[in-house]
Design a protein around this ligand. Structure first.
Ligand SMILES: [Zn+2]
Ligand SMILES: [Zn+2]
Length: 295
């Protein structure tokens, strides 16, 4: 096989998408994804800033499955509400969070989503070990008795920007949580390029990239990274400031995204932009920027 042909084969089937609004229903978001050239997408299944959430109606569930089938869009990734804190020191917040997270899992299953992304939470007021224990227990409680076994469904633990008291600010912490949960729930990882960069990993220099990839392999394991959130960063490496920027326009720049999209060990991962929407067309523009990394 010629060199060009083998590169084409390696990169032909990348899953590339973007976080989209579900205005008009989830099936509508699936159609929009396809219309802007994406073959995967992420959504919120309810308002990310409200505790109350409605159930997924049967028609919404079947319309979503039908649209995905027709257009070949998948995986469907659901991002958990920002209010959920599974390792809060407040028992009240924790109980609300377990309830809300159970609702997230139920809605993801109803929609036929493959992945539910969650930030492990903030353990302010406790030790990291206590936080880890609480997050593990909360996730176990939330999924208990739900019918996930016959599906491809996985809960993805996302790495965070590394703010003080936030669980998941390093690959080790994500790996540790996955290890604790694995006997009880289907779990894997979601890594975010912006969070990785601002939490202090060098993904910009070529040697830094290689070292960071080696660290992912040693801790989480590359095959466990099912989703990459592809976001450029407004802030510098190590700043712990979580501000997403358009692909190629921030402190990360284009080269790391080119490397990421071409890494053979992530050939089966979904690459999803959570970039700002400053102007109409920005979602499509960022999807195209990611697709261009393969050209
Ligand atoms: Zn993210
Ligand atoms: Zn972020």
């Amino acid at each position: 096989m010629s060199k060009t042909a083998s590169i084409q084969q390696n990169t032909a089937h990348r899953l590339i998408g973007v976080h989209l609004s579900t205005t008009g229903g989830v099936a509508n978001a699936v159609r929009r994804a396809s219309a802007i050239g994406a073959n995967t997408l992420q959504i919120f299944s309810s308002s990310p800033r409200m505790w109350r959430a409605s159930k997924i109606a049967a028609e919404q569930s079947s319309a979503t499955r039908a649209a995905r089938e027709e257009l070949g869009v998948g995986p469907l990734v659901v991002h958990t509400s920002y209010l959920v804190n599974l390792c809060s020191q407040s028992q009240d917040i924790r109980e609300k969070s377990v309830q809300a997270f159970r609702g997230e899992i139920e809605r993801a299953l109803a929609l036929g989503a493959e992945y539910l992304v969650v930030h492990p939470g903030s353990y302010r007021g406790m030790t990291r070990q206590q936080g880890l224990q609480l997050a593990t227990e909360s996730i176990q409680q939330a999924i208990a008795g739900l019918p996930w076994q016959q599906t491809l469904f996985h809960i993805l633990i996302e790495n965070t920007a590394g703010a003080e008291h936030s669980l998941g600010g390093s690959f080790e912490q994500v790996a540790e949580l996955i290890e604790h949960l694995r006997p009880h729930a289907p779990v894997a990882a979601c890594l975010d390029t912006c969070h990785t960069h601002v939490s202090g990993y060098d993904i910009v220099s070529e040697t830094g990239w290689a070292e960071t990839m080696a660290q992912i392999e040693r801790t989480i394991g590359c095959e466990n990274v099912r989703v990459w959130h592809c976001n450029d960063a407004k802030a510098v490496c190590g700043s712990k400031l979580d501000r997403h920027e358009h692909i190629g326009e921030g402190k990360i720049g284009l080269d790391p995204f080119r490397r990421l999209l071409r890494e053979p060990q992530f050939a089966l991962a979904a690459f999803i932009a959570e970039t700002p929407v400053d102007a109409p067309g920005d979602e499509e523009r960022n999807v195209l920027a990611l697709k261009n990394m393969l050209a």
